[in-house]
Design a protein around this ligand. Structure first.
Ligand code: HGY
Ligand code: MN
Ligand code: MN
Length: 422
């Protein structure tokens, strides 16, 4: 089989797992995500890679290196999706890593470092209320005890899901601890419009925006929608709405940041009953951590204002705080050099085909932002059609998918060589 087609075929295979009319819904440790893990394991076994997993749910396929005892270069992304996910966010980086290691096999390329293709657990935080759950534990940013104490939005505890039928693979060794890697690479779709608009096919990521996820509970007073005078109300939803709009205004005024309230639950959620309780979550991001801190402070300020003005009670809980990270300069230079060779090879093979490459920052969060806190890390992007992501219509052209895997394969060799000099 031509190596190039495996990327597209495997992504099409994974896209069926969790597919419905709104896109793909493949939450961590659900039956569909478990099946995706099984496919990953099948590919790894067929290629002769050693499989391991850890207690946070990360899954590793290890291609041995020549250098005894060297720490691995980890290359991966995530198999879980948001509830209306597309076929490429995360899955592309997992499939791409597997295909890159297979290309090293096919080319007989021996790296000094072992290289591990990785499916990081629960990057989206769509089932358990913490994003980058597996990579955060692996990097020591979140204790395994904190992870194991998580309860999903469906009421299922993390440990029950992990140790249940949809969790860890029953026939794969569970490693103890979280060994530090030599380096971390991730291949991902851009999830924005910049590369497509610039006619660029490969992006070398410069930095990943920092983010905070905050949950706010607003307690008001329920009552009859027809009889309680407006002046006498403590409407939890009206208060939550005012906080959300004030935060949106703050983000617009602050600039160079984004803020979203994408999750909101109303109780009792009945037309003729004044909302008694609302829980909503805020996602705020910027490449400038001070702006993220300013937005987080803004949440507290607006809640305090609503408590006075509307006589409600607010409880604020920070679910996750990830600092903005710059990608490693040495790895980026090695990748740029590797992409120079790729561009030359493409020109030789296809005449005047000139592959444009650019440096680009990431507004989206990634597992790499966690692993970057313990090892040199870098990311490679391919374009997203129309900049669309976190929607079922997410799309990247097959030739871009294939080019990205070739870029990743060459980058692994370049990074291995760079680190072996040290
Ligand atoms: O939300 C994000 O940026 C990522 O897709 N988890
Ligand atoms: Mn995502
Ligand atoms: Mn992702």
């Amino acid at each position: 089989m031509i190596v190039g087609t495996q990327v597209v075929e495997r992504l099409a295979e994974l896209a069926k797992l969790g597919a419905y009319d709104q896109g793909i819904d493949r939450g961590l440790f659900t039956a569909t995500e478990h099946e995706a893990r099984r496919r990953f394991a099948g590919w790894a076994r067929a290629a002769g890679f050693d499989l391991e997993q850890d207690r946070a749910g990360n899954l590793f396929a290890r291609r041995r290196g020549g250098g005894d005892g060297r720490a691995p270069i980890v290359v991966g992304s995530h198999l879980d999706t948001v509830r209306t996910g597309g076929a490429y966010d995360g899955a592309y980086g997992v499939v791409g890593a597997m295909c890159a290691l297979e290309r090293l096999n096919a080319g007989g390329t021996q790296t000094e470092h072992p290289v591990e293709a990785v499916a990081w657990a629960g990057e989206e935080g769509s089932r358990f209320p913490m994003g980058c759950l597996g990579s955060g534990a692996y990097a020591g940013l979140n204790s395994i005890e904190a992870i194991e104490a998580l309860v999903g939005d469906d009421g299922v505890r993390f440990v029950a899901a992990r140790d249940g039928a949809g969790g860890l693979l029953p026939d794969v060794r569970v490693r103890e601890g979280f060994p530090r890697p030599a380096a971390c690479l991730e291949l991902h779709i851009e999830q924005g419009p910049i590369m497509e608009r610039a006619g660029v096919r490969l992006g070398v990521v410069s930095a990943i925006a920092g983010q905070v996820r905050v949950e706010v509970e607003v307690l008001g007073e329920s009552g009859h929608a027809g009889t309680v005078p407006m002046i006498a109300r403590h409407d939890a939803l009206a208060a939550a709405a005012e906080i959300a709009l004030a935060l949106e205004t703050l983000a617009r005024q602050l600039g160079e940041c984004v803020l979203t309230v994408g999750h909101l639950v109303v109780e009792p959620n009945q037309t003729n009953v004044i909302p008694a309780r609302v829980v909503f979550r805020v996602d705020a991001r910027s490449v400038d951590d001070e702006r993220v801190d300013r937005l987080e402070a803004g949440i507290r300020d607006e809640c305090a204002r609503m408590e006075i003005q509307r006589g409600v009670k607010c409880a604020i809980k920070t679910l996750e705080r990830r600092a903005a990270v710059s990608m490693d300069g040495g790895l980026r230079a090695a990748i740029q050099e590797a992409l120079g060779g790729l561009r030359a090879a493409q020109r030789d093979a296809h005449g005047n085909l000139d592959i444009k490459v650019m440096e680009i920052s990431s507004g989206a969060g990634h597992d790499t932002m966690c692993v970057a806190t313990i090892a040199p890390a870098a990311m490679i992007f391919v374009p997203s059609a129309g900049g669309r992501s976190h929607v079922g219509s997410e799309y990247t052209a097959p030739e871009d998918l294939e080019l990205g895997v070739e870029a990743l394969t060459r980058s692994i060799v370049a990074v291995d060589r760079l680190l072996s000099k040290k």
